[in-house]
Design a protein around this ligand. Sequence first.
Ligand code: SF4
Length: 451
Amino acid sequence: MITRTQLSRLGLFDAKVPRYTSYPTAPHFSGDVTPGDFARWIEAVPENGTVSLYLHVPFCRRLCWFCACRTQGTATLGPVESYVETLKAELDLLKQHLPRGVKLSRLHWGGGTPTLLTPDLMKALIDKVAEVADFAPNAEFSVEIDPNEIDGARLDVLAAGGMNRASIGVQDFDLEIQQTIGREQSYDVTRTAIEMIRERGVASLNADILFGLPHQSKARITETVQKLLSLGPDRVALYGYAHVPWMAKRQQMIPSDALPTPDERLELFETARRLFAWDGYAEIGIDHFAVPEDGLAIAQKTGKLRRNFQGYTDDTSEVLIGVGASSISRFPQGFAQNAPATSAHVAAIREGRFSTARGHTFRGEDKLRSRMIEMLMCDFRIRSAELVRDFGAREAELVAMYRAANERFEGLLEITEDGLFVPVEARPLTRIVARAFDAYDLSKAGHSSAI
Ligand code: SF4
């Protein structure tokens, strides 16, 4: 049985490791990818194929202290209205380059707070997206909904526009914790928002909660999970709070001495994990849970679970196009990121060009390593046969890589006939194991704690 001491020695508690929502990870993008590359990659999408579309709204009414998202606070509607005009212009530009017959397998509105948009702005955006592409059969339209910033009129527009999945941030229901992280959102406000969502026929609900928050204890996270379970979410993401006040300045408002120790973080995660498992949720990858009939649970069972910028997904589209400031797109050719600053993004779109500022063109072993890391993060195993088939990898070289990784993890991994396997007791190390296959992560700086 793996011990805490072993986990600690192998770097679990203090290692800064990426979440591997992409490979290479965004800090390794460079300025080599241009707006011209981005346009060409869009034009190369197969006619009648599918793409996923992500729309980013980088505004919030309030700026929660714990949140490291790149978003700006606004008390007035003016900046939001002007930004929506930019999004519409960007969607027009996208339409000019997108081949005929392409359909949307996924549409996701994230932020920031997309529900800051008025019903009229939402409707305008939904109509503009419909001009770019129709939904594919069984498409998913999901929206991040702030229970403090939602009402019936907005939900009516979203539901009429096809929203069939809502995503709600909870963090923790405990009032002292909420006050310490600068985000108050009562259980009643959350429950009411969920009821309103369901009344409109939106059946699928995601919720995010955090472990590792200041003042969080086993009793408090137990209560939060039980309250959340009473709301019946289909999917839950259980993320570790990453305290990086040197990068996310707002986090300086959070007292470091109220944070749980690394050992306590692991206990908090385990407490929540067990509660979801006892309630019948399937464990998805390293930090998600889903009811057995949910698409993620089915994808995991059938080996079709994938990883993208939103975490885990059952989306099979090869192409994800990000619209809005700082959004990242993924193509078979590589990644392209829009200008991170809203002002620079808006300026580019107004000039009639994409704002692509950085990215990465796949080369060498990128796709092979990307898939190895994705398999580890999704299935806790690397299947050699698939890598040989899809990337022309050589079995002997793969085995040498597995051996090197296993040596680094003191034999805790299993090298099988099929490939490499991370046994249950070593799974808290998964992100660190994945890093062993990351050829770019030399600096290991700026990422979040592995647990
Ligand atoms: S948690 Fe949500 S509402 Fe709060 S700052 Fe982050 S994106 Fe904005």
